[in-house]
Write a protein that binds this ligand. Structure first.
Ligand code: ZN
Length: 65
């Protein structure tokens, strides 16, 4: 897939680190699957992955679960 940011590089599957924040709670998630551009280094995490991580943060930060 061609990079949407620089329009030059090819994106390749890799891993990145995401910082999620919710209600003042910060959670750093390492090893998140992402598509990384070989040219500009842009990291794209799919919406599906983001949604799953946000849900996990939500559950972890809900007191009366
Ligand atoms: Zn790029």
């Amino acid at each position: 897939m061609k990079c949407l940011v620089c329009n030059k590089g090819e994106t390749r599957p890799g891993r990145t680190t995401l910082v999620l924040e919710r209600d003042g709670t910060k959670l750093t998630v390492e090893g998140v699957p992402a598509m990384i551009c070989a040219n500009c280094g842009d990291e794209t995490v799919s919406e599906e992955v983001k949604a799953k991580l946000l849900k996990a943060v939500q559950e972890a930060t809900t007191e009366d679960a």
